[in-house]
Ligand binder design. Structure first.
Ligand code: FAD
Length: 478
């Protein structure tokens, strides 16, 4: 049985990882329909699995979006529970005739959304999903023989000259319903609770919201992109866009980054081409996750299933998590992660290599810690990044390429700026960044800036030899 809906029945804009008003096809189509629009965020069962930092960062993004919506005559309705049930309930309460949302691409979200679409359509509700999280829908990029891409370079070549949809202005007003449905209070969700002492510290380092993200993009392309290619590997230099956090929550669209990046390239700014290529690494990660979702949980290359990763989560792994390995690059990076919820890309590669190679620990343990701590946590990029470094992923760095964290320091932190920013021990006047680590970490870790610097528990040479031996003993992939 389906009820005929009046032609002015409201549309529910189901807000997900698209916390923005511009370049939002799902919202734009709802506003263009000329009927009331009800923006709803549902803290769904899948969100209950979010790590502490992503959950906290989601809260910041929602608070910001709610204010932006109010400025346009709308509200953000918050509900908690299984999305399917919540949507059904809301449709009954509001008489909505349609639900719009921006697509997600992880297997759990796809399964949930598919079931919801089917159910809503069965009830006569127009359920419409839209692109917007990516430049290219994963199924639209195919090799000449019709398969998926497994290697980045040909993927890049196949998309670099493709047309990308243009930008969409944020609606000036969002038509309101005669009556708003009830909403939870955001504070009652306690999204920062799992951060314990860390919430206030990490918040200082977050860039929240669409306006801030767009301003940073403009500043990056005006002043930094020219040196991006040569400086992007130096973690002490503010040389990258820093927009992963906003992309992760949809506070900026990849198409905005793409079009502005293209403009910078046309203006002859060196570095712009490289920036575009990095944006496409994110696309590639989604392409992989969509076509081979096991990348999230298992070795992407099945032959790696027999590799002897240690799955023991012991004191040494804790020392890695807490920035106490005794190696400055690794420890600076792990502290940066804990304090800012982000980590420089080169540093991510180094800590991942140290864990999976010098410590021979399963990449999944590292992947999960990143998932707990990153405000830019992205399931696709995180899984691809870990498996790329570990060697078990597509187009991966070969296992025998083992980063020497000290050698990397000489190369990429020659003036020591990164180390001194994050490691307080031994400094008479440590900077605030280094001290923030002690404000953010749980008291139970018992850390103090007056501590003696941790001694290494892995000898770099021995660790490397052990890793190479373990690698040699496994059956080599083709
Ligand atoms: P920029 O250098 O300004 O690049 C612009 C954009 O391109 C980034 O915002 C990002 O969206 C994309 N990009 C750049 N490098 C990569 C890359 N290697 N892989 C995929 N996309 C990239 N990125 C996340 O967004 N979330 C994660 O959870 C995540 N986990 C990672 C885990 C590991 C082990 C590794 C090695 C990398 C991971 N990355 C992840 C990728 C990368 O480190 C970050 O995207 C980058 O550091 C973000 O900084 P930025 O925004 O200043 O990047």
């Amino acid at each position: 049985m389906t009820d005929e809906k009046p032609s002015n029945a409201p549309i529910i804009w189901w807000v997900r990882r698209d916390l923005r008003l511009a370049d939002n096809p799902a919202l734009a189509a709802a506003v263009a329909a000329g009927v009331p629009v009800i923006p709803v965020f549902i803290f769904d069962t899948l969100d209950e699995d979010l790590g502490a930092a992503p959950r906290f960062r989601l809260g910041l993004g929602l608070a910001h979006l709610a204010k932006e919506l109010e400025r346009r005559g709308a509200r953000l309705i918050l509900r908690r529970g299984p999305a399917q049930e919540v949507l059904t309930q809301l449709i009954t309460e509001t008489g909505a005739g349609a639900v719009h949302w921006t697509r997600a691409y992880d297997p759990q979200a796809i399964a949930r959304d598919t079931a919801i679409k089917e159910q809503l359509k069965g009830q006569g509700i127009a359920a419409k999903s839209f692109g917007g999280h990516l430049l290219f829908e994963p199924w639209t990029v195919e090799t000449k023989t019709g398969g998926m891409y497994r290697v980045y370079s040909p993927y890049w070549k196949s998309v670099r000259d493709r047309d990308v949809d243009g930008l969409i202005a944020a609606p000036a007003r969002i038509p309101a319903p005669a009556q708003w449905p009830a909403s939870d209070e955001l504070d009652s969700w306690q999204l920062a609770a799992a951060m314990r002492r860390g919430a206030d510290v990490v918040a200082q380092y977050c860039r929240v919201g669409e306006d801030a993200a767009q301003a940073r993009l403009a500043e990056f392309l005006d002043t930094r992109v020219a040196d991006y290619k040569q400086d992007r590997d130096f973690p002490a230099v503010d040389a990258t866009s820093g927009l992963s956090e906003n992309l992760a929550w949809g506070e900026i669209s990849p198409r905005r980054m793409w079009h502005h990046g293209l403009e910078a390239r046309r203006a002859g700014k060196s570095g712009a081409e490289h920036f575009l290529k990095e944006i496409v690494w994110r696309e590639f990660a989604y392409h992989l996750m969509f076509h081979t979702p096991h990348i999230l949980t298992r070795n992407w290359r099945p032959e790696w299933e027999s590799f002897r990763w240690s799955e023991q989560d012991d004191d040494r792994v804790d020392a890695w998590r807490r920035g106490q390995t005794g190696y400055n690059f690794v420890d600076a990076a792990m502290r940066e992660l804990y304090v800012t919820g982000k980590m420089h890309n080169r540093a991510r590669m180094i800590v991942a290599s140290f864990l999976t190679k010098h410590m021979l620990t399963h990449w999944r343990i590292g992947q999960q810690w990143f998932e707990e701590c990153l405000v830019d946590w992205d399931p696709a990029s995180n899984a691809m990044g870990w498996q790329w470094v570990a060697g078990s992923g597509p187009d991966a760095s070969p296992f025998f390429r083992i980063f020497n964290p000290d050698g990397q320091l000489d190369k990429f932190d020659p003036k020591g700026g990164y180390q001194s920013a994050w490691i307080a021990e031994g400094q008479a006047n440590p900077p605030q960044t280094a001290l923030d680590f002690y404000r953010a970490t749980p008291l139970s870790w018992g850390l103090s800036p007056q501590d003696r610097r941790a001694s290494p528990f892995v000898d770099l040479k021995e660790g490397r030899a052990r890793a190479l031996e373990a690698y040699g003993q496994r059956e080599l992939p083709e």
